[in-house]
Design a protein around this ligand. Structure first.
Ligand SMILES: [Zn+2]
Length: 414
């Protein structure tokens, strides 16, 4: 059960478990089909890895029928175009361009490889997932507080990453330039390996970074980086990088010597030495002393941000026409469902408990043995995820209906 190379496994999943109606409502933002759905690009990766782009469908049933016929291993969602993607060859080039799409973000464990100690490569566990948990909380808060977005859905990628889909009208209508500007605002940490030693924070600290630092980063650094991951215990490269960021070179050199020759020390112990204000020369006046203290504390703050601030895959968010795997697809490597969740649930979310297609098919089989041959997702462990998705899609559609009504009322006034 659940062997993904068996075509019946995916076909049964698509036929009985994937929530097509909710998917339609979420993308279309209305119960009757609009261009938001009919002009939307879908792309299929077939079982033989062939890739079909520019597919489009009139209704949710059409989409489901084609998915059952092609039986892809997964499929992606693109923008709404000015024409139907399947008709694009018959259209003038200028008449076929992307118009709207959800603003999306991708956070992947790859970008945390240099600072996690528990797993490597494609492996992921509950412990390193905590880096993603911190990133989700911080990014969700930025999107809500700084940009005013409301309809944000997080979707587990099925292995070691997570996507955000923002369905607010203001997000849908962003141009490529505006998406890039948002990415520049958010992407302040370039990943530790590519770190160019410059301080990431311009003084005074941006209020958005200050808020993230106070609400999440500071505590995440001490519990995840120092405590759980114990990043500075064994790998000299880790503390060499930290010490190279300290402004007082003499102090850094003496700590380097201490860390390299000293006995096995925990990250918590080593960090205590790092944060200590370096001693100034006996002749130094009060002003010099306070400058040394300020510079040192700024470097410490920067380090904490470098290690904990969200690391996003910027290419995914910049362009309207970027394709992103649909929620509820099956990850071909793990068999896990790409389930949706809200940022408020991220602390309780455990990637290990996400249902796999194998588990779900087993549940269907058990139901059919008891005589229930028609059971859908509602009787399986997929239920809470689909219900969350439905509530989210309904919320998006309600908001859209309000906007359409307001637009109509306004046009009547003129
Ligand atoms: Zn791990």
């Amino acid at each position: 059960m659940g062997d993904l190379s068996n075509p019946m496994v995916m076909r049964t999943y698509y036929s009985r478990l994937l929530p097509w109606k909710a998917m339609f409502l979420w993308l279309n933002q209305s119960h009757a089909p609009t261009r938001q759905f009919t002009h939307r690009e879908f792309a299929f990766t077939l079982q033989n890895e062939a890739y079909l782009r520019y597919q489009s469908f009139a209704t949710a049933d059409d989409l489901k029928r084609e998915v059952l016929r092609l039986n892809p291993s997964r499929f992606e969602i693109g923008p709404m175009y000015s024409g139907r993607p399947k008709d694009r060859k018959a259209l003038m080039k200028s008449a076929f361009r992307p118009l709207t799409r959800e603003l999306v973000f991708d956070i992947d464990m790859t970008d945390y490889d240099s600072i996690r100690t528990c797993c490597k490569d494609k492996k992921m566990c509950k412990r390193c997932w905590r880096f993603i948990t911190v990133a989700v909380k911080v990014l969700d808060e930025i999107l809500r507080t700084d940009f005013g977005f409301v309809h944000i859905l997080w979707v587990y990628s099925g292995r070691r990453g997570i996507h955000a889909w923002i369905s607010d009208s203001a997000a849908l209508n962003l141009t490529d330039e505006q998406r890039s500007a948002i990415v520049r605002y958010i992407d302040i940490v370039k990943g530790y390996t590519a770190m160019d030693k410059r301080l990431t924070t311009i003084k005074p600290m941006h209020p958005s970074i200050k808020r993230a630092y106070d609400n999440s980063l500071k505590s995440a650094f001490s519990s995840v980086v120092l405590g759980d991951q114990d990043v500075f215990r064994t790998d000299p490269q880790q503390w060499e990088n930290v010490l190279s960021m300290l402004p007082d070179k003499e102090n850094a050199a003496s700590l380097l010597k201490q860390f390299s020759t000293g006995s096995d020390s925990s990250s918590i112990e080593r960090w205590k030495d790092v944060v200590k204000i370096p001693a100034s020369a006996p002749s130094a006046n009060a002003l010099t002393k306070s400058r040394i203290k300020d510079k040192h504390q700024e470097a410490i703050t920067d380090l904490i941000i470098q290690y904990t601030y969200p690391r996003i895959d910027t290419e995914v968010s910049r362009k309207l026409n970027h394709l992103l795997k649909a929620p509820f697809c099956i990850h071909p490597g793990t068999g896990k469902v790409c389930v949706p969740l809200l940022a408020s649930q991220i602390d309780a979310f455990d990637p290990d408990t996400v249902p796999t297609v194998g588990k779900l098919l087993l549940e269907l089989e058990q139901l059919s043995r008891r005589g229930d041959l028609q059971a859908d997702w509602g009787k399986t462990s997929l239920k809470p995820y689909v219900e969350l998705f439905e509530r989210h899609a309904e919320g998006v559609a309600r908001e859209r209906a309000r906007e359409v009504k307001a637009e109509k009322a306004q046009s009547m006034e003129f």
